[in-house]
Design a protein around this ligand. Structure first.
Ligand code: UGA
Length: 442
């Protein structure tokens, strides 16, 4: 099938590359000329495992084409997919301006019946609003075409995007019978491989996307709140997690206690859903609490430091391992590391920071800051004695680091492990004296 995708950001690019790899002819449009130039040369603009490889292969096969010419893009197909950003506004609502601006362009240039697929995460009700907007615009222009709007949210995860697209748990399609049938055909190959597909109304599809992210974020905030109790009463959160997750109704996933969730999705989506509830005059207290617990959890490492150094952080040098919001990505959006670095800057602390992928993005957030030394490796963090080491992202290279060497480098400086990278028994065996982890008492 032929499809045009608008937006070569995270969602658009991964979707374009994956759809091309299952045999579709994909044109991907973006307004950013530099980005399109790079992509045309097979240079991925985001870090994602295997993305570059598949991108190059699909460009070569002729299934994938990038452009910043809107007329070329719209002419390519009767299937048009919107994958532009819907960032959070200061009041929590999703900013839909790019979605509507794009729909307006589509209406201006349309010359046949079309299906407009919304892949971006949009406020519940947007699909219906957009369909009405398009209908009104077409009527006012005297254009006699039908544009069906179909909502087809994405569920893949950063760091494992290709895998979680190709082996998704489900495909959700919301819209009219005609629209959903055509969009279903787009995923025929994946559906034949056994991925369940669920067709529903546009509104239900939009709410499904938000509900999925809210449920997952809720599990994380839940376990983080339990971890706070565990720390106070001397329980071990790992044991509690095992104890509850063997109950099939609860399950083991998304119950890893840590220093809060980040990324471009959970924080913004939970706030947007809470705002939707509020605008409907509904109680949003559970959704608000998920966000509140998460914001508190992001301060966990600072509380440990304050406790250890008896509220006096003056003159300290702190090492930080990891700034990405999770391993496998260079993305630092809403990462807990940003909250930690900002707080340490307030205390005028010196920092030595290393992340295997996200350093360029992190540097951009704190340009030329004299308190921060960006290190070339995890070991460079130790080239002069540090007073504490904070582990912010559970990269394998940190998890596999020798505790004996860590002990040697740190001497008696505490490890503040925000991702529970090490088993307590191993830490004890290595002779480490001060080790703080989430929901576990050392
Ligand atoms: C999330 C969802 O998992 C995807 O299904 C969804 O498609 C995506 O948002 C989206 O809306 O686009 P993602 O943000 O890539 O995916 O990352 P996750 O793996 O979900 O992790 C999010 C955050 O939660 C990370 O900071 C991670 O460290 C944290 N987390 C995750 C925990 O603290 N504990 C856990 O048990 C799991």
């Amino acid at each position: 099938m032929k499809i045009t995708i608008y937006g070569a950001g995270y969602v658009g690019l991964v979707t374009a590359v994956c759809l091309a790899s299952i045999g579709h002819q994909v044109v991907c449009f973006d307004v950013d000329k530099d980005k399109i130039t790079k992509l045309k040369q097979g240079e991925s603009v985001i870090f994602e495992e295997r993305l570059s490889l598949i991108l190059k292969a699909q460009l070569k096969s002729g299934n994938l084409f990038f452009t910043n010419n809107f007329v070329d893009a719209i002419k390519h197909s009767a299937l048009q997919m919107i994958a532009v950003g819907t960032p959070g506004l200061p009041d929590g609502q999703a900013d839909l301006s790019q979605v509507f601006a794009l729909a307006a362009e589509v209406v201006n240039h349309v010359s046949r019946d079309m299906i407009l697929i919304i892949k971006s995460t949009v406020t519940v009700g947007t699909g219906n609003r957009l369909e009405k907007y398009i209908k009104d615009q077409l009527a006012s222009m005297g254009k006699d075409y039908t544009i069906d709007v179909v909502v087809n949210p994405e569920f893949f995860c950063e760091g494992r995007a290709i895998d979680t697209f190709m082996h998704a748990d489900r495909i959700v399609i919301g819209g009219s019978k005609r629209g959903t049938t055509i969009v279903k055909a787009l995923y025929k190959k994946l559906i034949h491989q056994g991925i369940p597909v669920q067709c529903m109304s546009k509104t239900s599809a939009e709410l499904t996307k938000y509900a999925a992210n809210a449920m997952l974020a809720c599990k994380i905030s839940f376990i983080n709140q339990i971890s706070q109790i565990a720390e106070k009463v001397g329980a071990n959160i790992d044991d509690v997690k095992s104890g509850i997750s063997l109950d099939h109704r609860i399950g083991p996933y998304f119950l890893q206690a840590g220093i809060g969730y980040g990324g471009s999705c959970f924080p913004k989506d939970i706030r947007a859903l809470a705002k939707t509830a509020q605008l409907l005059n509904l109680d949003s207290s559970l959704l608000d609490a998920i966000d509140k617990v998460n914001n508190l959890q992001k301060k966990w490492a600072i509380s440990c430091l304050l406790q250890h150094f008896k509220n006096n952080l003056q003159g300290l040098t702190i090492g930080i391992w990891g700034v990405a919001f999770k391993p496998g990505t260079d993305d630092i959006r809403e990462a807990s590391s940003l909250v930690i670095i900002e707080a340490l800057l307030q205390y005028d602390v010196q920092m030595r920071i290393y992340d295997p992928l996200a350093m360029p993005n992190a540097r951009l957030c704190f340009p030329g800051n004299k308190n921060i030394l960006w290190c070339e490796s995890q070991d460079e963090v130790f080239t002069s004695q540090i007073d504490a080491l904070i582990i912010d992202t559970e990269w394998e290279i940190f998890k596999n680091y020798s505790l004996a060497i860590l002990h040697e480098k740190l001497v008696d400086a505490p490890i503040i492990d925000g991702r529970n990278c090490f088993a307590l028994s191993n830490v004890i065996q290595a002779g480490i004296r001060y080790y703080y982890s989430v929901g576990r008492v050392f």
